[in-house]
Write a protein that binds this ligand. Structure first.
Ligand code: NAP
Length: 333
């Protein structure tokens, strides 16, 4: 098994807006971070088309183009890219260990930006029609549905927020939910129920998406569960809001996670382990925006820098983490 002698200051896991921003900040501080890109370089934004709400691009920018620009910016300052997926980590002792396949990398500080994957319905053409009528982000794509009709799938807070947001643009928003009661919080439910443009179809699942990659979506196939009855329902877009799965499987034995598996952070991006920081969707079930991910990526980079400075200087007052201080004393022993 190849073991690299070098112990890196920082390893960044993930290549979405959080990972690239963390890389830009750390590389620009002359830290030569290693960024392990994962199997989907660029993250969720590479699956989108026009991004209109990332500041600095008044005419919008294609998701893949934005991610490529971030990658180049990280590379320009000296980020070293490792292409591949992390197969295993060992965070039980410092320096931390990260494997890509059988290749072992070690680091003093780890920045986890592995994101979250939207839960999909598992329908055959849902991936082909992604960005062509199928969406998982109302905030990103709602604007394109002005005066159109859309379906939102799900009964949780995200589905209600998406429906409310989409109702600003679309003439009709139909929430399709598999049960006859919502999981969403009462205030959100109430606002959705009181919105004249939002209607609900209960006890029903989407069994098919109608459309093709050229013309986009023109409807969905619905099945009413109690009767088994199927019908075609016309719409111009379908927003899948059935939850996200944070990519935290590798870390669950080492890091504190919330009930849904998101990494718990405090004081910005600190995790329960000294020198391990988490940024972007992997620690954020609420905002999930490219700009918020980039913001926390910046925070993680700066907190990681401070941690490394404190490692070299036990009396350093810049870092407030008691755990880090414990690590400093362990390292000295
Ligand atoms: P969620 O609470 O897990 O809700 C997912 C919804 O999708 C549920 O209604 C579920 O149905 C449905 N669903 C799951 N799998 C499905 C499938 N295969 N087919 C059809 N429907 C399916 O997810 P979320 O709404 O994304 O929220 C995640 C977390 O973020 C929650 O803690 C939520 O409170 C929080 N959040 C909060 C806010 C806010 O406070 N403003 C906004 C967004 C999210 P069942 O109900 O039948 O299980």
């Amino acid at each position: 098994m190849p073991v690299r002698e070098e112990i890196h200051d920082q390893i960044i896991l993930g290549s979405g807006p959080a990972g690239y921003t963390a890389a830009i900040y750390t590389a620009r501080s002359n830290c030569c971070p290693i960024l392990i890109s994962g199997l989907e370089p660029g993250g969720q934004l590479t699956g989108t088309t026009l991004v209109e709400n990332f500041p600095g691009f008044p005419d919008g920018i294609d998701g893949p183009e934005l991610m490529e620009a971030m990658r180049q910016q990280a590379e320009k300052f000296g980020t070293v890219f490792v292409h591949g997926e992390v197969s295993r980590v060992d965070l039980s002792e410092h320096p931390y260990k990260v494997w890509v396949g059988e290749d072992l990398h070690r680091c003093r500080s780890l920045i986890i930006c592995t994101g979250a994957s939207p839960r999909m319905l598992g329908l055959p053409n849902e991936k082909d029609l992604y960005g062509r009528g199928v969406s998982v982000c109302a905030t990103c794509d709602g604007f394109f549905y002005r005066d159109k009709e859309v379906v939102v799938v799900g009964g949780g807070d995200t589905a209600m927020e998406d429906a409310l947001f989409l109702a600003r643009f679309a003439t009709r928003v139909t929430v399709v939910h598999r049960r006859n009661e919502l999981r969403a919080s009462q205030p959100l439910q109430q606002r959705a129920r009181e919105n004249a443009r939002i209607q609900f179809v209960w006890d029903t699942v989407v069994t098919g998406i109608l459309g093709d990659t050229e013309k986009g979506v023109h409807g969905v196939q619905l099945q009413h569960l109690p009767t088994g009855k199927e019908e075609e329902y016309p719409c111009n877009g379908i927003f899948i809001a059935i939850g996200h799965v944070p990519n935290t499987l590798l870390f669950e034995t080492y890091l504190d996670l919330d009930d849904w598996g998101y990494i718990l952070t405090r004081n910005g991006t600190e995790t329960n382990l000294p020198g391990v920081f988490a940024a972007g969707d992997v620690q954020d079930p609420f905002f999930r925006q490219a700009i918020t991910a980039a913001g926390t990526g910046c925070m993680a980079a700066m907190q990681s820098q401070r941690f490394l400075e404190c490692l070299e200087d036990a009396d350093c007052k810049k870092c407030h983490s008691l755990q880090k201080r414990r690590l400093v004393s362990q390292t000295e022993d």
